[in-house]
Design a protein around this ligand. Structure first.
Ligand SMILES: Cc1cc2nc3c(=O)[nH]c(=O)nc-3n(C[C@H](O)[C@H](O)[C@H](O)COP(=O)(O)OP(=O)(O)OC[C@H]3O[C@@H](n4cnc5c(N)ncnc54)[C@H](O)[C@@H]3O)c2cc1C
Length: 391
């Protein structure tokens, strides 16, 4: 099989890229290691910035998002039993949209399959060859048979544990990492959500109340890395959430049936440069941010918008200039986004290594934000828009 762009991975990065390329008449084939059901069922991100919303709309695929997505105008932060309310439109003129990543993925997959363009599930890429040549070759396994895909460019959109980044010869990519020694236990529950996205920094740890619809809450607790889902019965989860949210009489947070749970460890990671020869990396394959800033999906979409623009320029003019600049063009935006996510994580979580002195300065920063509109605007601006790029 032959194509212009071989895309590894049908997560948000790979799927958005395929549709963007298609708009420019550029052919692609997507190879996805997992099944369609798995790709569509993976519950992860839910906050969409304007850049992501506009991209989906410009592709003509935003109908369901516009019908079912919820506009989020507020971001609340609690500490010492008080609430700082960030009025996002008031502070920035913008808001964000709540629409689950798995819904975005479903919409993108449905449109791709409808168009008849190749998206092959259960096709695990096992080896990449000739990445520094004009004729890269992707080796993959499908239905028990080893097959090849020849292409001009390979897009490594295969997430943090994918094969593409690892295919770059050692020493050519520099990585920067920060691991956290806690995780997020996330649940979905059939329960009416709180009106605003609400973060809390409690002596017992961080918690977050978010939503996926007017009847489904997305809720998180900071937990030790060693905890498993079995450690958290439903009643223990709800009790802890009420406590950390300063919901003393248990009336504010609605409880309901928990129907999905996961534990995600937190890390910050960036690999540079994001390209090698004719391999271009995007999304979680090259950067991970702790989820507090709600940025991972939005960053992935911004990456592939830049990548698509560079590829489109190549196919229309023959110039590699944009492709050669791809990584450099993305890096500053990514570092800024990592900085914001790391800052929010540091502001809102309890750290084992914190001395009473550091706890004091953390709470003092929250006090400062509570009393300063400029400080609130700084957070709000970065929350609503760090991932917009020129198309
Ligand atoms: C708990 C949690 C909450 C989050 N909340 C938010 C949020 O609110 N907002 C936000 O913006 N982001 C959030 N994120 C981050 C966001 O989900 C990711 O950044 C996003 O999924 C990245 O998309 P991607 O396409 O780069 O990678 P992925 O979604 O990881 O997709 C990569 C795909 O590649 C496939 N693949 C891997 N290896 C191979 C191979 N060898 N061959 C073929 N296919 C392969 C995988 O199966 C996968 O489908 C959250 C993440 C987590 C874990």
């Amino acid at each position: 099989m032959k194509t212009q762009v071989g895309i590894i991975g049908a997560g948000p990065a790979g799927l958005f890229l395929s549709h963007l390329l298609n708009q420019h008449g550029i052919e692609s084939v997507i190879l996805e290691a997992r099944s369609r059901a798995y790709a569509e069922g993976r519950v992860r991100a839910g906050v969409l910035e304007a850049g992501t919303i506009n991209t989906l709309n410009n592709l003509g695929l935003g109908d369901r998002m516009n019908r079912e997505g919820l506009v989020d105008n507020g971001l609340d932060m609690r500490f010492r039993g008080r609430t700082i309310h960030l009025d996002l439109p008031g502070l920035t003129g913008r808001s964000v949209k709540i629409y689950g990543q798995q819904e975005v993925v479903k919409d993108l997959i449905a449109a791709r399959l409808e168009s008849g363009d190749p998206l092959i599930f259960d096709a695990e890429v096992i080896r990449l060859e000739g990445l520094d040549s004009d004729a890269p070759r992707i080796h993959y396994r499908h239905e028990g048979i080893e097959k090849t895909l020849d292409c001009l460019f390979v897009a490594g959109c295969d997430g943090f544990h994918g094969i593409a980044r690892a295919a770059v010869p050692e020493g050519l990519i520099q990585t920067y990492t920060r691991e956290y020694d806690f995780a997020w236990l996330g649940v979905l529950a059939h329960a009416a959500p709180m009106a605003d996205m609400t973060y809390t920094n409690h002596d017992r740890g961080f918690a977050l109340c978010s939503r996926r619809s007017m009847s489904i809450s997305r809720l998180y607790l900071q937990v030790p890395l060693s905890d498993t889902q079995e450690d958290w019965s439903d009643s223990r989860f709800w009790d802890e959430l009420h406590t950390r949210m300063f919901d003393g009489n248990g009336q504010e947070i609605q409880e309901g049936k928990i129907f999905q749970r996961d534990i995600a460890r937190l890390r910050s990671y960036i690999a540079q440069p994001m390209q090698y020869g004719n391999l271009f990396l995007a999304g979680d394959a090259v950067h991970i941010v702790p989820p507090a800033g709600a940025k991972g999906l939005n960053m992935a979409v911004a990456d592939v918008r830049v990548l698509c623009r560079s590829m489109a320029a190549f196919f229309s003019t023959g110039s590699r200039a944009g492709l050669d600049r791809y990584s450099a063009e993305c890096e500053q935006r990514i570092w800024k986004t990592i900085r914001f996510s790391v800052h929010l994580t540091g502001l809102l979580h309890r750290f084992n290594e914190h001395t009473p002195f550091e706890r004091g300065t953390q709470l003092a920063e929250l006090e400062h934000i509570a009393s300063s509109e400029s400080a609130q605007r700084m957070i709000a601006e970065q929350y609503v828009n760090l991932s917009d790029v020129a198309d």
